[in-house]
Design a protein around this ligand. Structure first.
Ligand SMILES: Nc1ncnc2c1ncn2[C@@H]1O[C@H](COP(=O)(O)OP(=O)(O)OP(=O)(O)O)[C@@H](O)[C@H]1O
Length: 260
């Protein structure tokens, strides 16, 4: 679908976002942007506010203040359906996949193509399998895995790939990945990182949250660090910064030495 592009290449801009849970200020005036075709790594210690920021953007929790702009237009995101309408899709660790159903069925879950007269409601399996096969190739896991394979027999990394493929197919401009490499082995993690790169290369933007900074360094274009509900660095280039320097920003030891 041809969506409007913003003039300056900014896909999402969150401005002055506030969120309080009772007396806890989870977000305290956060400014955060994602550009088109950009992978942003969102880092911060436990409780820094990363998940809350992502939940606000994905419509899972309402902000108590601030504004969100998508492609330069003010957006009203009050539910996950609203967010999906703006092209924003979030993939959680155990993203809602049905283990008994095939990869192809999971890719189209709730949005299945119908074949023949509408009243008969016959699912177009041929089309689902063909599209699923193409998508698996695009994310990079086509090797020996037919689209008819049940999700239950896939590894954690392959399930992430299916979730990413689904977001790509349904035209998500921004794919948010919350801890996608948690509990994955080394090879699987590398797989997921390459799926994320492939998503970016086919025109999608991503927000990548992970506790493992090394994973973030391998895949993102820019790093944003949050601490105690605030953004404390938003333009760290992983090509010119070290993991140790970013760790110091995360823990609040120093902000010097890192371009912030
Ligand atoms: N539903 C909630 N009710 C009350 N307080 C909450 C709720 N969700 C988050 N918080 C608080 O808001 C703050 C930010 O939490 P958040 O989960 O966004 O941080 P995080 O950076 O994602 O941490 P983690 O890496 O541990 O997931 C914390 O102090 C947390 O305890």
């Amino acid at each position: 679908m041809a969506r409007q592009h913003s003039a300056d290449g900014t896909l999402v801009r969150m401005v002055g976002i506030e969120k309080s849970y009772g007396r806890v200020r989870a977000l305290d005036g956060v400014d955060f942007t994602v550009r088109e075709r950009e992978i942003v790594g969102l880092l911060g210690d436990n409780g820094a506010g990363k998940s809350t920021l992502i939940k606000v953007l994905s419509g899972a929790v309402p902000a108590t203040g601030g504004a969100i702009y998508v492609r330069g237009e003010k957006a009203s995101i009050r539910s996950t359906t609203d967010a999906i309408g703006y092209g924003i899709e979030t993939i959680y660790q155990d993203s809602a996949l049905v283990t008994q159903l095939s990869i192809a069925r999971n890719l189209f879950l709730g949005r299945e193509p119908i074949k023949g007269p509408r009243l008969l409601n016959r699912l177009d399996h041929e089309r689902m399998n063909r599209v699923a096969g193409e998508l698996l190739r695009r994310v990079g896991i086509s090797k020996n895995i037919p689209p008819t394979t049940p999700i239950g027999s896939l590894s954690g990394g392959e399930r992430q790939a299916v979730a990413i493929a689904r977001a790509m197919y349904f035209d998500s401009d921004l794919i948010i990945l919350d801890e996608p490499t948690n509990n994955l082995g080394v090879a699987e993690t590398q797989g997921v990182l390459s799926f994320v790169r492939n998503a970016r290369d086919s025109g999608h933007s991503c927000i990548f949250i992970a506790h493992n900074i090394h994973h973030v360094f391998q895949v993102v274009d820019r790093i944003v660090v949050m601490r105690r509900g605030r953004v404390v660095a938003d333009d760290i280039d992983p090509k010119t910064s070290s993991v140790e320097a970013v760790e110091r920003v995360i823990t609040g030891m120093t902000e010097a030495g890192v371009h912030a």
